[in-house]
Ligand binder design. Sequence first.
Ligand code: UDP
Ligand code: MG
Length: 328
Amino acid sequence: MKKQDEKTKLPVLNIVVPCYNEEEVLPITSVMFENKIKELIELKKIDESSCVLFVNDGSKDTTWQIICDLAKKSPYIEGVSLSRNRGHQNALLGGLMEAKDRCDITISIDCDGQDDINAMNEMIDKYLEGFDVVYGVRSKRETDTFFKRFTAESFYKLLNMMGAEVVFNHADYRLVSKRVLDEFANFEEVNLFLRGMFPLVGFNSTSVYYERHERMAGQSHYPLSKMLSLAFDGITSLSVQPIRYITGFGILMAVLSFIGVLYTLISKFAGRTVDGWTSTTCILCFVSGVQMISLGVLGEYIGKIYMETKHRPRYIISERTYVKKKES
Ligand code: UDP
Ligand code: MG
């Protein structure tokens, strides 16, 4: 059922690569990416106008200079530069939005050579089979230190527990088709957590598995503090579940307070109390129960307002039996 003309016309691929202070690793990995494009063109999987699109995220070293030189030398390399450092997620989004009008499919990947570029062949095969989003999922984490593995896996578990739907062990190595990106452009939120947002767009998706290597050169820009802030962003931008926990806690407190009131009354009538204790404890229990529930109710409204402010599309149409007329 996949578009008929695809047999005659090959898809144009853009590999989108955010780079921040990557002068050490870029000369190594840019060759790998370029060779991959050439290989895929030779295999007749992608169109000749495919390219690698590097996004310079306001680097302070010579990264942009290197990208400009590469773009001059090779027809398969292009670059865009952000006006300042905006962080990995924003840089990636910038690259994807830039690419969506120039190609049929994008594959986003980090520039440090950690993700196995050979998984791209399978990703494109999956696209040709009819999948619009293909998640690259790490099959093993053996090259990570125990600490990185533990924190990263806890991160995915915590996200799922908090109601944010993410694909386990998938970072930002994924294939996304143009039509998904066109819909994605309608997600106007500022707090980005791309790996949790693509599942919201829907469409047919699948995963391919690959082994992740160590960084080829340079240093990670994701120390624990940045990982924690990404986790926090992920939870708070995708889900209002933490607020629900407050409501749940409020109900639990109200039940406990009711039992507390019963206990104090029984104690009073059994004559085991001093003057004033019963009334003070009863009021304390009652007020704290009411307060917690009220906080939860307020929270529910704040959660609703928060979701409203995101102006996310309420639905997305993926197929039609007829051709939609262009809006004039
Ligand atoms: N990156 C970016 N902007 C930043 C930080 C990182 O564009 O502010 C890029 C970086 O160049 C790399 C990718 O994001 O291509 C992932 O970063 P890194 O490899 O440092 O993270 P890790 O793999 O250690 O989690
Ligand atoms: Mg990395």
